[in-house]
Design a protein around this ligand. Structure first.
Ligand code: FES
Ligand code: FES
Length: 155
């Protein structure tokens, strides 16, 4: 069966079984490999993409559930929030191995897009599902605060 999905502003017709995880379609069918497979169980956050601007776990989201909706992957984020997050990530050299980082950036971008003054509790709530085995959490928190501050100032 074919499913029409919009990814990064482009329409695709995916001829896959209805229960195919969106992550598989993104990586295997569309070759957008910035989104990573970690656990496959909605436990690690490495597969995070945006559905209409909100972070979702693409490993447990079937393609059939996102027909006609706007999906954004790490390759397609262009908002001011996302740009400021990525700039802060680079400035603070957040990544170590990097494996979890596209998911972290997607979650962090969605957070500051709706909250430009996140408290530690806000950051914990938004980011607790994104695991980093390299324990870059301190730099992630600081980068989120720096980017949010710049967003608030209208940089
Ligand atoms: S791979 Fe999706 S949450 Fe871990
Ligand atoms: S940077 Fe290595 S898992 Fe997060």
């Amino acid at each position: 069966m074919a499913f029409s999905v919009n990814i990064n502003g482009q329409d695709y017709l995916l001829d896959v079984p209805a229960d195919t995880p969106l992550l598989w379609a993104i990586r295997d069918n569309l070759k957008l490999t910035g989104t990573k497979f970690g656990c496959g169980l909605a436990q690690c956050g490495s597969c995070t993409v945006h559905l209409a601007g909100q972070p979702i776990r693409s490993c447990v989201t079937p393609v059939s559930a996102v027909v006609g909706q706007q999906i954004t992957t790490i390759e397609g984020i262009e908002s001011q929030a996302a740009t400021l997050i990525q700039t802060a990530w680079e400035k603070l050299e957040v990544p170590q191995c990097g494996y979890c980082q596209s998911g972290q950036v997607m979650a962090a971008s969605a957070l500051i897009a709706t909250n430009n003054s996140p408290t530690d509790a806000d950051i914990d709530a938004a980011m607790s599902g994104n695991i980093c085995r390299c324990a870059t959490y301190v730099r992630i928190r600081q980068a989120i605060k720096d980017a949010a501050s710049e967003l608030k100032e209208g940089v």
